[in-house]
Design a protein around this ligand. Structure first.
Ligand code: GUN
Ligand code: ZN
Length: 462
């Protein structure tokens, strides 16, 4: 298949490419084969295609974009909780630890019922895909069977994802806690084998992969953390860190021998290049140095950080330190499944930091508001780096998978907020989509070349 039309391609934190007339070839296995950055005249299409080995225009399926449409790499959600989706918008009067006890654990406990889980997870995965998230890092509940179901549903839907069951064997309610470190590890190993046995793709890494998910240090005993840390080091790890001051204090009291919250994960073998740390609002300079040294990444979850009154994360200083950063929705700490909302709140959070002033001498990002190129990067390629997937997804490059969104900013999308965007430059369309767009503007969602979501996909399905 060949796509012909405007294309937006993130490059780094400082710039993205906006190509009004690009041509992009995708193999039948869903891999990007070539990109022609500028083909303004469709009369030369034939020549360009012949150059790339096709015998004629009739040889190829050409998808020509319409007015107001452009291609964008799919969004990467580096942190969300599938069993918390039924709670979105509920319970934001609490801070973290009370919210977990009163709102979150009671909901997650319901996922002991596999039929309940299946019904909920089908809605979750459809909603996340239609929001434009092509790669998602999912926490399940602590239940093995329900989390297998989540992996099945993600796999059947064709989403790229990491799926883990929570490890939690202490400081949790009686009806929602694992019996022992041993049973937690046994269930984790069973889930890993199960996910690795799901059908894989014809090229590149399998779409759905397992991920170790120690909920956070508070909910895991030291032996449980050590056992997780000694499993296969190629497994990715996702956990929470320094989200809330009471959480940080409680963690220090549970691990008095560790120099810091970050040191807790480090001493248990869980701080490494494939670790995704969510929040990090209250990390110290020493902890950030350690995270940088270990090449772990941070999932910035601004919607949740505002919603649970956790604080405002100093993302600019992370970027100036060269720490990998992506965005997370953190449903239901965050109240939106869309990375667009995370982009908007990341922008606002950076402006709050800049209003408070200071640190501007430390580099281009510290103490300053995030630019559009930086926000786009965090939502795509930055997230891919955090997931250790940057050689597979995050931008349009030959050899990478075609994980993409066909965005429609035309009035025909039915979003009255974007009524001028369709007539504008690609840059303006992108900016208005990021700040005023929603799932109505996500027309097609592609994962490895396959259409798996979007408004047009849903219209065809119904
Ligand atoms: N810390 C431990 N568990 C959770 C959770 O489910 N959500 C958030 N936001 N923080 C956590
Ligand atoms: Zn979370």
């Amino acid at each position: 298949t060949v796509y012909y039309g405007p294309l937006v391609n993130p490059k780094n934190l400082h710039e993205y490419q906006a190509l009004p007339h690009a041509l992009l070839g995708v193999s039948s296995a869903g891999i990007i084969e070539w990109i022609e950055p500028d083909v303004p005249d469709s009369s030369v299409l034939q020549d360009v295609l012949v150059k790339h080995g096709y015998t004629s225009v009739e040889d190829v399926k050409i998808v020509e974009l319409r007015r107001g449409e452009f291609l964008l790499p799919g969004f990467i959600d580096t942190h969300t909780h599938a069993p918390q989706f039924p709670n979105t918008g509920i319970g934001q009067q609490y801070e973290l630890l009370d919210w977990l006890q009163n709102v979150t654990f009671p909901m997650e406990a319901k996922f002991a019922d596999v039929a309940f889980a299946r019904d909920a997870y089908k809605r979750v995965v459809r909603r996340v895909l239609d929001s434009g998230t092509t790669t998602c890092c999912y926490y399940g509940s602590l239940h093995l069977d329900a989390t297998k179901e989540l992996a099945n549903i993600v796999n059947d839907a064709g989403q790229r994802a990491f799926v883990g069951k929570c490890n939690m064997n202490r400081n949790s309610p009686d009806n929602y806690v694992e019996a022992s470190a041993e049973s937690s590890i046994a269930d984790t190993k069973t889930l890993i084998s199960y996910i690795n046995g799901l059908t894989s793709t014809s090229s590149g890494p399998p779409l759905v992969q397992p991920i170790l998910t120690p909920r956070f240090a508070i909910s895991c005993t030291s032996p449980l953390l050590s056992s997780l840390g000694s499993l296969d080091p190629s497994l990715r790890v996702q956990t929470h860190i320094s989200e809330n001051p009471s959480e940080v204090a409680f963690t220090h009291s549970l691990f008095p021998a560790c120099a810091s919250y970050t040191a807790v994960y480090d001493t248990h073998g869980l701080l490494r290049h494939n670790t995704i740390l969510a929040h990090g609002v209250h990390l110290t300079d020493e902890e950030l140095d350690l995270i940088k040294t270990r090449e772990a990444g941070i999932s910035h979850c601004p919607t949740s950080n505002f919603n649970l009154s956790s604080g405002v994360a100093p993302v600019g200083s992370w970027l100036d330190r060269g720490i990998k950063v992506g965005l997370g929705t953190d449903v239901s700490g965050g109240f939106s499944p869309s990375i667009l909302t995370a982009v908007q709140h990341a922008s606002i959070a950076s402006k709050v930091v800049s209003l408070n002033g200071g640190g501007k001498d430390k580099g281009p990002f510290t103490g300053r508001q995030l630019t559009i190129p930086a926000l786009l990067f965090l939502a795509t390629l930055g997230g891919a780096q955090v997931c250790d997937l940057a050689s597979t997804v995050g931008s349009f490059e030959p050899g990478k998978a075609f994980d993409a969104l066909l965005v429609n900013t035309d009035e025909s999308a039915g979003n009255p907020g974007l009524w001028v965007a369709g007539e504008s430059s690609v840059e303006t369309r992108l900016e208005q989509f990021l700040f005023c767009g929603d799932d109505r503007n996500v027309k097609e969602v592609y994962v490895q070349g396959r259409v798996v979501g979007g408004t047009a996909f849903r219209a065809r399905a119904s």
